[in-house]
Structure formats: structure tokens, C-alpha cells
Design a binder for this molecule. Sequence first.
Ligand code: SF4
Ligand code: SF4
Length: 473
Amino acid sequence: MESFSNFLSVKPLFYGIFTSPKVIGVTILNLLNMVREAGVIGAGGAGFPTHVKLAANAEYILLNAAECEPLLRVDQQLMAMYPDEIIKGLEAAGKLVGARRALIGIKGKHKEVIPLLKDRIAAMKLSSFIEIKELKDIYPAGDEQVLVYELTGRVVPEAGIPIHVGCVVINAETALNIYHALHKQSVTDTYITISGDVPKRLTVKIPVGTPILDVLKLSGVDNFADYAVIDGGPMMGQVLMNLDGYVTKKSKGFIILKKQHYLIKRKMINIDQARRVNRTSCEQCRMCTDLCPRYLLGHNMQPHKIMRVTNYKLDDIEDQKMAYLCCQCNLCDLFSCPIGLYPRLANLYSKNKLAKNNIRYTSNGTNFHARKNRENRLIPSERLIARLGLREFNRPAPMTEAVVAPKVVYIAKSQHLGAPAIPVVSVGEHVSVGKLIGKIPVDSLGAAIHASITGTVVEIADDFIAIRRDDNV
Ligand code: SF4
Ligand code: SF4
């Protein structure tokens, strides 16, 4: 998670000219303000407000186009559909942070998108600024710290963030939203892949606030009694306890599987159940540590030690504290442990316990180096997909024009890191698509929210603003 203060560095007040004629001569502060007013946040992940991220000074701007979660197909298709917009959004973000170089991290397997991007970068005369770097098809190639290492050779320090090594990372959909923000379009929609054990797999643009159930029905399934739904990718996404929620700007995918599927059973285990299972049989083989992406980057993340202290109630605080270094990628729970234990959940248990007692991790080092055997321990996505029991569902999910037109949208006040947005509309007020309905509280980290359909505000609750669509729209 990226802290607010890390991004509050001093900016030059003016930064030259962008390739887009519409933003020529606009000051940096104006541009940041446009991104802020458009409500751009990290699309996917924790939803860090982008205007805060772009207020940093960095040497590199990195485009995370790895999309390493199995079955998700958003970023790769957006890059094929909107290469110019994404490149310009990346360029603008790079200029905003004062980067000397922009690097696009995309898996080498995307053989049609890569030449297209290269052609467009050349056509826009941006080759001296933007470079494409091909990534291996491994999990988790899209973890920010793995991406920084793969693209720049730099290791983000323990408990650090990319800006500590001069990098700011945005993903492809965020770059597209930055481009739109600079053309005065707010974030009102998000792109979602619907995949899994369903008749139709697809990717579609959805208004923020749409009921999740409306989206799920695009899969061709109407009755979800026998199904469970993962909100996000199969590795880091959570199983939804009910389907009553609403799409947010961060929504990236829904994986629909039968309730008895292996992955659903694994993901339904809670921390207490995991602790009981973990206690029975950890053989301290170290596989969870030896394959851990953060350990392989040289961090002191050693889940086998956390298993030891939690299983035997040892009071070694130093070993427990390393739980703070876990990025919750889930590789140890779902791939590495040969006997199906839950080291990630042991980390979570330790971290929660320490946080309650206000005990934090303090790193002893500043310079970190990837471990020398890292290259031999990377996990190919194909093997991971097979292990997860998803091979038969690893199919295309093409972008479609399917229209989802909910009668009412429920737009969450808090879709991002930081304080919830404060409503600036009243019940009964008529709003058009893109109108500001919630602003950032004064002096707070947060993001603005906007109407995603044209209609009337019908409810303002503690956590959402509801808008009913006009009958004739
Ligand atoms: S949790 Fe699993 S992988 Fe880790 S040390 Fe124990 S048995 Fe080995
Ligand atoms: S979830 Fe497991 S593999 Fe991933 S960072 Fe945490 S300890 Fe390492």
C-alpha cells in the first residue's frame, strides 16, 4: 500500500508541451487538477488516487500491462483497442512526474499487441521516451515490486513502494483514464472480464454502480444457486459472500465457478480454520519461502518461519513481524505448499495481531538485491493455471458491445484509498453522466465520484449515492 506522504514531493510549476495539442501550455498543477477532478484512481488493486501518485517526482514512469491474474483479459484488449490513448495517457503521466523514461511492461506472449504499440509509439515520435519491455509469462509479473525489478533491475526496499527507487507505476486502464481526464472526461465506467465455468466469457464496459448480478448474467447463467463468484482474479480476488454488491471503479473481473470447485473450497477457508489445518502438518520444507516472490527479490519474507512461530506459539516477535512484507499474492497457499497449507493466512493472522498491538516491521537494510537463484524459481502462468484447476476455462473473453443499462446505479462514496467522497448533490436533483456527485474532503487523501448514468438522485446513504435512470435514456 502506498502512503500519502510519499507522494507529496515538490513539483515544478510548469512542464513543457505534450504531444496532444489540447493540453499544450497547460501548467502541471492544472493537469494534476484535471486528473483529480476526473476521479482517476488505480484501476484494479487498492485504488490509490492517481493525482496523488502523479504528484511525485520520478525517474521512470512504468505502465503495468502484465495482467498476471489468470483468466482476466482487460488490459491486453484495451491496449489493442486504444493504443494511441493509452500511450498518450502514459506520456502525460510521465511528464507529470518528470520522468526521463517511460517503460511499458507487457508479456511477450501478446504477439499482436506489441508490434501495434511499437508502431504507434514510433508514429507519435515517442520512441526516445517510451520503450516496450517484454515480460516472461510468470505469476505475479504484475506485482508492482516484481514489475519494477523486471523493468529497471531495481529492487524496491522492504516495506517500501516504487517511488523509493524512482518509479511510479500505473496500469493500462489508468493510463486510458488519465488520457480521458485530460480531455475533461470523468471516470464513469470500468472494464470487466467475466470468466470461469460459464457458457459465455466476455469483457465489457460497465457503468460504475451497476448491480453485480446484472453483470454476472451476461455470462449466460441466470441462477447462481450452485455457483460462487470471485471478485477479481483467481489468485488475489475474494469470494463474494453474496451477489448484492455494485461495480466500482476498481472492479476488474468476476470469475464464476461451481461451489464445489477446488479453488472456491480453498478460498472459502477462514483464518481460524487455516490455523487449525496449519498446526497439523507443516513439515518446514521451506517451499513457501523459496518460491515467494518477495523473498526472491531479496526481502526477508520467510513464510515458513511465520508458520513455525504461529503453529508452536513461539514468541519470536522478529519472525512474526516479517508478515508485514507479504503482498498477499497467494502463491504460497495456492501453489507452493506441497501439502496444501495456508502460509499466507498465517501471515495475515500475525499481521492483524501485531497491528492490534501497534507493532510494526522495521527494516534493517536499504539496499536489496534479488536472490541469485530467482530466475530458476519463477512460476510459469500455465503451471499455475493447471494447479488451480482452471485450464479448461483459460479461454478468450473478447471485448463485446453488450449493453448493461441498470435502472438504478449505486455509486460507492469510497471506492479508493482514503476518505469517502462528500456528496455535492441532493435527493431529487437531476444529473447527467459525468457530473460531479461527491468531492474529496478538504486536506484529505481521496477521489471524486461522478454520475455514471443520466437520471435523478434518489438516495444518499452512508456509503453510496443512488441515481435512477431517466425513463427515456
Ligand atoms: S507451509 Fe507448506 S511449504 Fe511452507 S514450510 Fe510448511 S509444509 Fe513447507
Ligand atoms: S502470499 Fe505467500 S508467496 Fe505471496 S508474498 Fe505473501 S508469503 Fe510470499
